[in-house]
Design a protein around this ligand. Structure first.
Ligand SMILES: NC(=O)c1ccc[n+]([C@@H]2O[C@H](COP(=O)([O-])OP(=O)(O)OC[C@H]3O[C@@H](n4cnc5c(N)ncnc54)[C@H](OP(=O)(O)O)[C@@H]3O)[C@@H](O)[C@H]2O)c1
Length: 342
C-alpha cells in the first residue's frame, strides 16, 4: 500500500515522497480501516520539517505523516461498536496512508450520515483542540465576547463555530476579505481583515462599545497586540503560533498584562490527552451533539487534492496561507460528494 513516510526531515515539501509499504494486518482486538480522506494540518508542515516540539520526543523519522482521517471499517472484533462497512473518522498520527490499524478501544467516531468522508476527515485533530481551549475552566462566562484570530483557519473557524453554537458573541480577524466573509458565514458577528487594517484592535474596541473582548483565541501569535482590545480581566488563550517561527516567537511586555489584569492561558491538546485522557472524552461528549444537530458544520477548502501524491502541494498551500477551513487529501475516489465554497 501507499503512504507518505518521512524517512528524514525535509526542507521543502516537494522532497516528500509516497512510499510503498506493507499493508497493516489487524490483530484480533484491532480495527482495519481503509482511509478514504485525510485532513491537512499546519502541524503536518512542522512535522515534515522536524520543527514541532513533538519531534523532540514523540514523532521521529521514520514516521508516516498525517493527523486526521475518515475511512471505511474493513474488519473489526465483535467487541467493537463498529462493523465492517461503517464510516468512521478520528485523529491518528500516520493518516497519509491507504490503510491503518487501530486498537478497538481507540477513539473513533461515526461519520454523520449527511457528511462525506472528505467533510469528516478534517475534524478530529482540529475541532476538539478549539473546544478544549475554550472550555477550560473560567474562560467563557455568561455573556462573554470572543475575538478569534485567523478566523478562517482550521482552529480559528472551529472556534468561531463553537462560540456561535454556544450562543456567544464572536468576532474574527483574517488575512483577506474573502476569509472574513467565510468567518461571517460560519457565525462571526464581524471580521476584520488584519492585513488591510493594521490597527485592527481599534476596530475590536469600537465593535464592543469601548469595552474590548473578554476572550481572545490566538493561534497566530498576536497576544501583545490583542491585549490592546482585551477587556479588563480578560483572558487570552494561547493555542498556536502560525504567524511565527523559532526565531521570532512572541514575547509579551508583562506591564501590559498587569495593567489589564489579563490572564494568559496556554492550551496543548495532545499533551492534555496524554496527561488527562478523561478530558478528551468530555470534549467529545460535548462536541458530538453539536455535530449531529448540524450546529457545527464541515468547511472543506475547495481546491482538490487527489491521492497521496498531492500532499506536498497541500502543505505548501497551508504554509502560504492560501487555505481556508480544512484542506483534505482525497485518498479514495468516492471520498468527496460535496464541497463548501467561498
Ligand atoms: N495547541 C494545540 O494543541 C494545537 C493543536 C493544533 C494546532 N496548533 C497550532 O495552532 C496554529 C494554527 O493551526 P491550524 O491548524 O489552525 O492552522 P491553519 O489551518 O493553517 O490556520 C492558520 C492560519 O494562521 C494564519 N497565519 C498568519 N500568519 C501565518 C503564517 N506565517 N503562515 C501560516 N499561517 C499564518 C492564516 O490565516 P490568515 O491568512 O487569515 O492570517 C492561517 O489560515 C499552528 O501554530 C499549530 O501548530 C496547536
Amino acid at each position: 500500500m501507499k503512504a507518505v513516510v518521512v524517512d528524514r526531515y525535509v526542507e521543502n515539501y516537494g522532497e516528500l515522497r509516497v512510499s510503498e509499504v506493507a499493508k497493516p494486518k489487524a490483530k484480533d482486538d484491532e480495527i482495519l480501516i481503509q482511509v478514504k480522506a485525510a485532513g491537512v494540518n499546519f502541524v503536518d508542515t512542522l512535522y515534515a520539517r522536524g520543527l514541532h516540539q513533538n519531534n523532540r520526543r514523540h514523532i521521529k523519522p521514520p514516521f508516516t505523516l498525517g493527523l486526521e482521517f475518515a475511512g471505511l471499517v474493513l474488519s473489526s472484533p465483535t467487541t467493537s461498536p463498529f462493523r465492517p462497512g461503517d464510516g468512521v473518522f478520528g485523529a491518528y498520527a500516520g493518516s497519509y496512508s491507504e490503510y491503518i490499524v487501530l486498537p478497538s478501544s481507540y477513539p473513533v467516531y461515526r461519520v454523520p450520515p449527511s457528511w462525506s468522508y472528505a467533510e469528516a476527515a478534517g475534524i478530529a485533530a482540529t475541532l476538539p483542540v478549539s473546544y478544549g481551549a475554550l472550555s477550560l475552566p473560567g474562560v467563557l462566562k455568561p455573556g462573554s465576547t470572543v475575538l478569534v484570530h485567523a478566523a478562517a483557519g482550521g482552529l480559528g473557524l472551529a472556534a468561531v463555530q463553537i462560540c456561535s453554537a454556544l450562543g456567544y458573541r464572536v468576532f474574527g480577524t483574517a488575512g483577506s476579505a474573502a476569509k472574513c466573509r467565510l468567518a461571517g458565514f460560519f457565525g462571526a458577528e464581524a471580521c476584520i481583515d488584519y492585513e488591510a487594517d493594521p490597527r485592527w484592535w481599534d476596530r475590536v474596541v469600537s465593535l464592543t462599545d469601548g469595552n474590548g473582548v473578554d476572550v481572545v483565541f490566538d493561534s497566530v501569535g498576536l497576544v501583545e497586540q490583542s491585549i490592546k482590545c482585551l477587556a479588563h480581566r480578560g483572558r487570552a488563550l494561547v493555542v498556536g503560533f502560525a504567524g511565527r517561527n523559532r526565531e521570532n516567537l512572541e514575547k509579551v511586555a508583562m506591564n501590559r498584562v498587569l495593567l489589564k489584569q489579563a490572564s494568559l492561558i496556554g492550551y496543548r491538546f495532545g499533551e492534555t490527552g496524554r496527561r488527562y485522557p478523561h478530558e478528551t472524552t468530555i470534549i467529545w461528549e460535548a462536541l458530538l451533539p453539536l455535530i449531529k444537530s448540524g450546529r457545527i458544520k464541515p468547511a472543506v477548502y475547495d481546491r482538490e487534492y487527489r491521492d497521496l501524491g498531492s500532499v506536498p502541494r497541500a502543505l505548501e498551500h497551508v504554509a502560504s496561507r492560501k487555505v481556508w477551513g480544512k484542506a483534505v487529501i482525497l485518498i479514495d475516489d468516492d471520498a468527496s460528494r460535496q464541497r463548501a465554497s467561498l
